[in-house]
Design a protein around this ligand. Structure first.
Ligand SMILES: [Fe+2]
Length: 277
């Protein structure tokens, strides 16, 4: 049974306050990933029966450009939804967040073997480890499916037992090198100065993980499946910004007219300048 959350209430409340072969340059650009999705049916939670749906119409028309409020919401929730933004609004938002390091047109291409431009559902993941923020700006939306789904990895991790937390930090996940300094492998979770940082491409984990790590990964995934995701259907002009080091994102299958078109921006925050990747 779906649960419904009034988005205005949601935001006002928070205003207070070795790798598999075949991966592409961008890990989402991966036939291997798609094979795993289709072959192993790893998305039981994509049935969406227990999804939280944020009812965007309640928020339409409201302008919320204050960067301080947006940063506060990002800190509290790990993501923020901003309705009806023009390209110039988005440019200002991006400028307030940091430096755009990569831009992608996320749209369905017929017979695409590249996941991000296919119509397939995408399981929860982070993008490349480097961008702190991901901003999606909806240019067009399909009339069926294509909802964005989000889940807070930090919340799930904190509820695990100590042994599982420790083992998760030892799991190294593969990443294709896109930027100078990329190392190619990153820990699933790391902690620095009390701040957790996730890199979650679980399908790139070695199949022969030590038992403790395998158990920890299984516990994490089970908790992930059990957690009701936030599910948002973006309308034209709508924006979602997520903390890519905390919030896992995915999407539902794109059906219907399939004219969904999102501009995706990877943003490195100002504090990351000089940070080695
Ligand atoms: Fe992604």
């Amino acid at each position: 049974m779906a649960q419904f959350v009034n988005i205005r209430h949601f935001f006002i409340r928070r205003k207070k306050s070795r790798p598999p072969a075949g991966l592409g340059k961008n890990p989402e650009n991966s036939d291997n990933f798609g094979d795993k999705i289709r072959g192993k049916q790893i998305f039981p939670h994509f049935l969406g029966f227990y999804s939280i749906i944020l009812q965007t119409p309640d928020f339409i028309g409201e302008k919320w450009r204050n960067p301080i409020k947006i940063r506060a919401a990002l800190k509290d929730n790990g993501f923020v939804f901003v309705a009806k933004q023009s390209p110039s609004d988005v440019a200002a938002l991006l400028d307030s967040l940091g430096e755009v390091i990569y831009t992608t047109d996320v749209r369905v291409k017929s017979a695409s073997k590249v996941l991000v431009t296919s119509s397939c559902a995408l399981d929860f993941h982070t993008d490349h480890h480097l961008p702190k923020w991901i901003l999606w700006h909806c240019i067009e939306q399909t009339d069926d499916g294509g909802e964005t789904i989000l889940v807070d990895a930090a919340k799930i991790y904190r509820n695990l037992d100590g042994a599982h937390k420790s083992a998760l930090s030892e799991i190294m996940l593969f990443e294709h090198k896109m930027f100078g300094g990329d190392r190619g492998y990153y820990p699933l979770v790391a902690e620095k100065d009390g701040v957790l940082r996730f890199y979650y491409f679980f399908w790139t984990a070695r199949e022969n993980l030590p038992e403790a790590q395998k158990s920890a990964l299984s516990a994490f995934r089970s908790a992930l499946v059990a957690e009701p995701p936030v599910k948002i259907k973006l309308g034209k002009g709508d924006v979602i910004i997520v903390d890519n080091h905390r919030i896992l994102h995915g999407r539902c299958e794109i059906k219907g007219t399939r004219n969904r078109f999102l501009k995706r921006f990877w943003v490195q925050c100002h504090q990351q300048k000089g940070e080695t990747t």
